[in-house]
Design a binder for this molecule. Sequence first.
Ligand SMILES: NC(=O)c1ccc[n+]([C@@H]2O[C@H](COP(=O)([O-])OP(=O)(O)OC[C@H]3O[C@@H](n4cnc5c(N)ncnc54)[C@H](O)[C@@H]3O)[C@@H](O)[C@H]2O)c1
Length: 363
Amino acid sequence: MKKIRINLDRRSNLSYEIFIESNIFDRIGLLIAKKNVAKRYVVISDSNVSSLYGEQFLEILRGVNLPADLIEFPAGETSKNIDTVLTIVGKLIEIGVDRSSALIALGGGVTGDIVGFIASIYMRSIPYIQVPTSLLAQVDSSIGGKTGIDLPEGKNLLGAFFQPKMVFTDLQFLATLPDEEFNNGLAEIIKYGIIDDVDLLHLLETEGEAIRNRDVAVLEEIIGRACRIKGGIVEIDEKDEGIRRILNFGHTLGHAMEAASGYTLSHGNAVSVGMIAAAKISEKTKHLSSGERDRIEKIIKNIGLLHKIPGSIKTDDIISRMKTDKKKEGNIIHFVFLKKLGVPFINGSVEKDIIYQTIEELR
Ligand SMILES: NC(=O)c1ccc[n+]([C@@H]2O[C@H](COP(=O)([O-])OP(=O)(O)OC[C@H]3O[C@@H](n4cnc5c(N)ncnc54)[C@H](O)[C@@H]3O)[C@@H](O)[C@H]2O)c1
């Protein structure tokens, strides 16, 4: 089993471990019992994941004498809102959950974000554990303590930084994950390779087929590397005030394209084209070599992710969506570009013409 420690503020005991392996499902109960996080546990899961794994997970907790209940909510981003929070909180109160209890997020990023947010505010905060079941949640959202929900005005506008007590990443969950969801996680893994780990990029180039076939040994290696990179960045900049922004590589254009498509474009595909665009702009502004830009494009293409912008998404629309990016400060959009592979930097002053031209070239 791979064990990755995220070292945060020692005085407030915020550090925690990520356990990664295939088939740790059976041992999760024992590890939770040993850590003695709480007297009682409530597993919260979306309808898809709950029907696949909910009861089995409850059995595992109860099998090691941990009192546990299960709460389910409808799957999908549309559930990531205040109504779902209030419904779940109502159920927690009804079954008598108090401050000696802990929540367990069993599911993808939506579940993790909602459960972490509830844990951060329920009775002025109770502990929670992440059991990520989508590839995106395993390599990204379960690590780092960003929790939150969407508002009608925009995504993730209400939330808190609140770290989990433990993270259990069981590769076995990926066997039932739909392809499009798998691709969303793959795009983030490629991002980690580009910004921080050229060896990971090499693995993506040489093991493409094994990855697509969800080979457990290769996935354990690449997921472990991704978690180490995200964890390392979170250790330096827990609250997203500086270096954590490099995790946005490909996301400024990616999010704008996702929004301009009316969210018909998947997150993974949007970020993939966004990463190619960021690499192109890095080349145009004389930072990145054409060889390295070409390598990024080939990796994305060969692994089966989108490398062209669909004609239905208008350039002007993408640019105007970028201007409303919630991560911008004042009028400055913090783009992440590359000096070379593994060396990203943040730049707030790119000429509109270069962005326009790059988008057009990606048709
Ligand atoms: N907190 C963070 O740092 C952070 C980082 C990135 C993304 N996010 C958030 O994460 C969310 C996206 O996460 P996601 O892509 O996991 O979405 P998701 O939680 O909606 O999961 C995607 C779909 O896959 C299903 N699913 C999950 N695991 C499965 C499994 N093992 N087998 C079968 N089906 C499974 C879910 O039911 C859902 O239908 C967004 O809301 C985004 O804002 C948060």
